[in-house]
Design a protein around this ligand. Structure first.
Ligand code: 13P
Ligand code: SF4
Length: 301
């Protein structure tokens, strides 16, 4: 622990704050968190937080979800300009137009979306809960927004559903080509390929395991002497390299990096305690509408 990390831990206690961090965050930030998790685990942890404040080390939709699920708390996003480009591919008017076109469909909204989009959707999902959420719905027709890759993966798992896809994606995961995945497998033929469902379907088709960041970590941890190619952002690779010295962990590609997730610094976290960051605020209609969709997701698990 360096001096800044120790200072943050002392302030956290003194100010009664919970620090949460996503697995893609820099390791030094993960190290000062009370809990590190995937989007689903972080949302649940924020919902049950009893502290006065929550500092969400991640991107904006994660901090918004914390505020929506636990509105009485003060919630900060340390790197205030950390967004998710996938969330910006859709606005409420797009969802409303699709709803008109497919009136029988249930709208399932990936949590990587704005509060306004969640508010006009029927239910949210994360990569670890998407299959269970879609399965739980009585509707045969599902409008899945905004991630076409996760939507296509779920459609394959649940052939009884008709899944209508929106044309959004994560530029970081969708940026992995089939050729890059094949090259990684050729370079490490003994290694299992573990892939996030935000990747393109041709990359997902090559994988030995497909799942959320938490699922990928759990799969590698079960075999601490195994060989794995990590098909998601390199924060997950960094965790495994540090934690499993006997295993062989390879990044699918060296620049598998989400620049927004890497914006958070310890200095940003300190700034939350020093009044240099503005707590998350959302219009009441967005808070109420989005809460219904998020709570419905959590109730499924
Ligand atoms: P997880 O829910 O799997 O952690 O994914 C979050 C994310 O942003 C993936 O790009
Ligand atoms: Fe958004 Fe992709 Fe970054 Fe995840 S990795 S936060 S989906 S841009």
């Amino acid at each position: 622990m360096n001096e800044l990390q120790k200072k943050i831990l002392a302030l956290k206690k003194e100010r009664d704050c919970l620090i949460l961090a996503h697995y893609y965050q820099p390791l030094g930030v993960q190290d000062i968190a009370d809990a590190v998790g995937d989007s689903f685990a972080l949302a649940k942890r924020a919902q049950s937080a009893s502290q006065r404040g929550i500092i969400m080390c991640g991107v904006r939709f994660m901090a918004e979800s914390a505020k929506i699920l636990n509105p009485g708390k003060t919630v900060w996003l340390p790197a205030e300009d950390a967004g998710c480009p996938m969330a910006d591919t859709i606005v409420p008017a797009d969802v409303l137009a699709l709803k008109k076109q497919y009136p029988e469909a249930a709208v399932v909204c990936y949590v990587n979306s704005t509060a306004a989009v969640k508010a006009v959707s029927d239910v949210c999902c994360t990569s670890s809960s998407a299959e269970a959420v879609v399965r739980s719905l009585p509707n045969r027709q599902i409008l899945f927004v905004p991630d076409k890759n996760l939507g296509a993966y779920i459609a394959k798992q649940l052939p009884d559903k008709e899944v209508i896809l929106y044309d959004g994606c994560c530029p970081i995961h969708d940026g992995v080509s089939l050729q890059q995945a094949e090259a990684a497998k050729r370079a490490h033929p003994e290694a299992k390929l573990l892939v996030h469902p935000e990747c393109r379907k041709e990359v997902v088709a090559l994988a030995d395991y497909v799942g959320s960041t938490a699922g990928i970590l759990e799969t590698a941890r079960k075999d601490p002497a195994g060989s794995f190619i990590i098909g998601t952002e390199n924060g997950v690779t960094d965790i495994l390299v540090r934690e499993l010295p006997l295993s062989h962990i390879y990044a699918l590609k060296p620049d598998f990096i989400c620049p927004d997730m890497k914006k958070t610094t310890l200095e940003d976290v300190l700034a939350c305690f020093e009044g240099r960051r503005t707590p998350i605020e959302l219009p009441q209609a967005e808070l109420d509408g989005a809460r219904k969709s998020l709570e419905r997701m959590i109730a499924v698990q």
